[in-house]
Design a protein around this ligand. Structure first.
Ligand SMILES: Cc1cc2nc3c(=O)[nH]c(=O)nc-3n(C[C@H](O)[C@H](O)[C@H](O)COP(=O)(O)O)c2cc1C
Length: 366
């Protein structure tokens, strides 16, 4: 298996010190349309921007003089042990950003021990990835209108030792991404989603609505979730939950975790930022029910804030893709390492020597 030479990460050019630096550099490596696909979000991009503002508006309340004997960033999630709480969010079509695509991401994930969530719209198959990386992996599923098709992919994921299934529920229809449309973004013919087999919609009658009677008839419902949870050999987490009532319902339907997310602002513009609803959701669910969060994580302090407000772990999306676009596996690994080290320094400066110690008393409340 190929791995990322970790020593090479000590010789990265000095202008790449933060995720924001990688963001700037990534734009130089991608054409305008691909950049619009990566960077853009829905509508006026209020949610995209608010994802950052919401983190910036949370202020930390550090404590001092705590002992750091045996300090660590380990977490336990769904019965597994992970050395730190940073997961790689599912990102579609990664060969758009680098010729090595998901292969490079999986190598970076293995080097930094960051679990990779492989997108349903991956340009690399589970079989190929199995040959190149030993990173722990989860598989993300979009509902395709067929229960059997969903279960079939779950069995494939189980075969390749994926540890969990992430069912993304916030995008039964793609977001209206104006920036992408203005840039005439289209998937190049050679970029294909190898695990995606869309079911064709029934022919509509004259009085039927193209969206509600068409695509939305194929969207998942809570009954489908119940059906899938009962049959899946792997734990199922729902991604894209924002409403506390949905979080509660997910728990009642036997789902094994949720990912509080607004899809990085890419689906419904002006949808609330996950960090703003996280503590409400945490309060209504059992303390040991896994909650992950993504959308807008760019700094180690953001990770700290998410954990303090109730997340067990976080996902990063664009940050590692910036690294991938700049320098393949090495760039992706470096961007993960930057966040991991910033998070460790945040823990040291906040006076918390383990993840269990991080709670909402470290957040300034007016
Ligand atoms: C280019 C791109 C493609 C994405 N593709 C998927 C996908 O296939 N499935 C999915 O559940 N989420 C997808 N997402 C959303 C991410 O999983 C994640 O929720 C989001 O990127 C987090 O926000 P951040 O980019 O601010 O970290 C995508 C995001 C981006 C930027």
């Amino acid at each position: 298996m190929n791995t990322v030479p970790l020593a090479a990460l000590d010789h990265i050019p000095p202008h790449l010190q933060t995720i924001a630096d990688y963001q700037k550099q990534a734009q130089l490596h991608l054409n305008a349309a691909t950049w619009a696909n990566l960077e853009g979000a829905a509508g006026d991009e209020y949610s995209l921007n608010n994802n950052r503002t919401a983190f910036a508006n949370i202020q930390l309340l550090p404590r001092h003089l705590n002992s750091f004997n045996d300090a660590n960033t380990q977490i336990q999630l769904l019965g597994k042990h992970y050395p730190h709480p940073i997961f790689l969010a599912p990102v579609a079509y990664q060969q758009l950003f680098h010729t090595q695509g998901e292969i490079a991401t999986a190598q970076a994930a293995a080097a930094l021990k960051a679990p990779m969530i492989l997108s349903h719209l991956s340009t690399t198959s589970m079989a190929t990835l199995d040959q190149v990386s030993s990173a722990p992996k989860w598989f993300q599923l979009y509902w395709q209108g067929s229960r059997e098709a969903a279960l079939d992919l779950i069995f494939q994921a189980q075969h390749y030792a994926y540890q969990a299934i992430v069912l993304t529920v916030d995008a039964p229809h793609m977001g209206i991404r104006d920036r992408e449309r203005r840039a005439y973004f289209q998937l190049p013919a050679h970029i294909q989603a190898v695990h995606h087999h869309p079911v064709s919609t029934a022919t509509l009658k004259d009085n039927q609505h193209a969206l509600f009677d068409g695509l939305m008839q194929q969207a998942a419902t809570w009954e489908d979730i119940a059906w899938l949870v009962q049959r899946s050999p792997l734990p199922i987490l729902l991604k894209g939950i924002l409403h506390p009532a949905d979080a509660q319902q997910a728990y009642q339907y036997g789902v094994q975790g949720i990912i509080v997310s607004n899809h990085g602002g890419r689906v419904l513009d002006t949808a609330v930022s996950p960090i703003q609803v996280l503590s409400t959701i945490r309060k209504i669910l059992p303390h040991d029910f896994p909650i992950l969060l993504d959308s807008g994580i760019r700094r180690g302090t953001d990770i700290f804030k998410a954990l303090a407000l109730g997340a067990n772990a976080v996902l990063i999306g664009r940050p590692y893709i910036y690294g991938l676009a700049v320098a393949g596996a090495l760039g992706a690994a470096h961007s993960i390492k930057l966040l991991k080290e910033e998070f460790e320094v945040s823990m040291a400066l906040m006076g918390t020597s383990s993840i269990e110690q991080i709670n909402n008393s470290y957040i300034y409340q007016k």
